[in-house]
Design a protein around this ligand. Sequence first.
Ligand code: NAI
Length: 334
Amino acid sequence: MKIAVFSARPYDRRSLDACNQQGYAADGFEFIYFDATLDAHTAALAQDCDAVCVFVNDRLDAPVLQALHALGVRAVVLRCAGFNNVDLAAAEQLGFFVARVPAYSPEAVAEHTLALIMTLNRQTHRAYNRVREGNFMLDGLLGRTLHGKTVGIVGTGKIGLATARILHGMGCTVLGHDPYPSPEFDALGSTVPLDELLARSDIVSLHCPLTTQTQHMIDEASLARMKPGAMLVNTSRGGLVDTDAVIRALKSHHLGHLAIDVYEQESALFFQDRSGEIIDDDVFQRLMTFPNVLVTGHQGFFTAEALQEIAETTLGNLVHFAAGSECPNRVTKA
Ligand code: NAI
């Protein structure tokens, strides 16, 4: 079976090839790697392939799915948990097998969330540069003791829960908001309405999926409900946050800190080296001017353990597709 792997970086090739060599399928799979992101222009690269293997910024809207179907592609295997980039109605209508990696080291993303919170709170990113330049002044590096502070976790699923466990261990009061409250979370903190979470939290961390209901859940109105000087952290999906509203809240000093690993327009920037180019996204560039904003380029998942889990689950999903057997990771519209 031939699989066109889009948005393939060297680490994707290494982990998929290593897993393939371990004999997941009797004859192994034939992976054809493309650096390109999947979209209407690049879909033709999947000529002669049975499946496409894609990541967060590959675009699988109806026209792309139709183009893939016309080429004979019948399966979409996602190397990620989120599937907001797939038009599931169109995929289902065309009879595509769509499967994802529902969980890969939720702790990896939770630990990165903590790295962002700790860095921004104690300004270690600025301290690093200062000390290297021989500047040992502390002015401007003042942080807050996190022990005893209140952290609001929006989405208490696998990653939210893992984040809550760490923060609880640090002595924080943990609040959660989720339409499906979990008993595991309730053992660590209290589930409260979103407005109460926003009003009480010193740090708000987003861990819910991007859907039509959650898009721009952090907007002008919800930012106004947050405590003055609070920190907003988003390691989930960029579309959860209205970035223009966030910039206004930063400019008015109402929002104290912003840490993001995801950005609504990230597909034009992330996972690429744009260091020698003019970046024409003025909203992103405005964010870069704030000393109290920290951005990483969607690296929450990026640990050796998570890459191995992604490769193993992806090959497992392909085995199910090849055998026509029931796949636990299949994504359907219902
Ligand atoms: P999960 O499915 O275990 O948990 C998501 C939780 O959000 C569920 O409990 C769900 O009930 C809840 N939820 C749904 N709608 C909500 C709403 N309106 N308000 C509050 N909660 C709501 O998913 P998991 O594994 O914890 O992943 C969460 C998100 O993290 C994914 O959707 C993905 O977008 C993102 N992610 C980011 C990565 C990164 O590298 N930065 C890597 C992996 C996932």
